[in-house]
Design a protein around this ligand. Structure first.
Ligand code: PBG
Length: 326
């Protein structure tokens, strides 16, 4: 049966009909808002390549999270910019480290109302800017694992709900799960950056976190974008190692990977709509070349349609007020 019996346009005739038949919708409660906490800052420091975004002093974090909650977004992802960096990133697991302090502040203020997720990776804390321990220009996998364990446990001790290992070291999920369980944090979840690609779209983030590697790049631990089988293996390993949520990162150039994640594992899938994806929209909007709100909603809906249950996005706080304009 086809035209003229079938007419696809019947259900597109009115806004109400279109609403009724819409199957995928972005909802603020599925969004996660990234926050950069800067130990050196006395006032918010605007991030040039992330317009509208700043690195925040510790004292500003609660207010920012409150605004996030008011928009219906119930989760934040914390990144730290420490005052001291060294070879092993020791401020990453210091009891009074910047992220640990931010977690305590947020939990004190909002308790279970707010989901606090923390990035577990050394690159913001090491003097060389790599995600692991370096020896003779090599990023050591197994030696890095114990540092990630310490970092994850220190976040859990401060009150984090979920830790998100993002350094792409083999075995990181298993090691962190074991360390959390051994320290009495069996209830703390793991959102694994499982399919994390070596991407140019992290550029603005690296400006924000000052985490650009001082030599080489991250291609010997993050994945190459010409591969999807490898992503499946990474996700399967993380699922077996005890990940509670699988993440794909970046989002837009990897919608196929998001779909693979969703269709192959019975786990919630998160997609990270990264800094470069944000910057592209902002830049085009500033030039007057794109309708910013429309672009954001179309983009986030597309990421969700591909299979993401959760979206980490710098746009999180903006979305709520626009949703009823659709
Ligand atoms: C830490 C980390 C990075 C991002 C999230 N966690 C940077 C990187 O891997 O270089 C990027 C996030 C973004 O671009 O928005 N390893």
């Amino acid at each position: 049966m086809g035209f003229p019996t079938v007419r696809m346009r019947r259900l597109r005739r009115t806004p109400a009909l279109r609403d009724m038949t819409t199957t995928v919708r972005v909802h603020p409660s599925n969004l996660v808002y990234p926050i950069f906490v800067d130990e050196n800052a006395k006032a918010p420091v605007p991030i040039k390549s992330l317009p509208g975004y700043s690195r925040l002093p510790l004292d500003y974090v609660t207010d920012d999270a409150r605004k996030t909650l008011e928009q219906g977004v119930k989760a934040v992802l914390l990144f730290g910019i420490p005052s001291k960096r060294d070879e092993t990133g020791s401020s990453a697991f210091a009891d009074n480290g910047i992220v640990q302090n931010a977690i305590r502040k947020l939990k004190n203020e909002f308790d279970d109302e707010l989901v606090v997720i923390t990035d577990v990776c050394l690159c913001e804390y090491t003097s060389h800017g790599h995600c692991g321990i370096v020896k003779d220009k090599e990023i050591l996998n197994d030696s890095t694992l114990e540092f990630l364990q310490k970092m994850a446990v220190s976040h859990a001790e401060a009150g984090a709900d979920i830790v998100a290992p993002s350094s792409m070291m083999d075995g990181q999920v298993r090691f962190i799960r074991d360390a959390l369980d051994d320290s009495g944090f069996s209830q703390v979840g793991i959102m694994a950056y499982s399919a994390k690609y070596a991407s140019c779209f992290y550029g603005p983030f690296r400006e924000a976190a000052e985490s650009k590697p001082s030599f080489g790049d991250r291609k010997c631990y993050q994945m190459g974008y010409g591969n999807s089988d490898e992503a499946l293996r990474e996700m399967e390993l993380d699922a077996n190692e005890g990940a509670d949520i699988l993440m794909v990162k970046p989002a837009l150039p990897y919608l196929d990977i998001i779909q693979l994640a969703k269709s192959n594992f019975g786990l919630p899938v998160a997609a990270y709509n990264v800094s470069g994806e944000y910057a592209m929209v902002k830049a085009a909007a500033q030039m007057g070349w794109i309708d910013e709100k429309a672009a954001i909603l179309e983009m986030l809906t597309g990421i969700k349609r591909a299979g993401a249950d959760i979206i980490i996005t710098y746009f999180a706080k903006d979305v709520e007020s626009w949703l009823n304009q659709l």
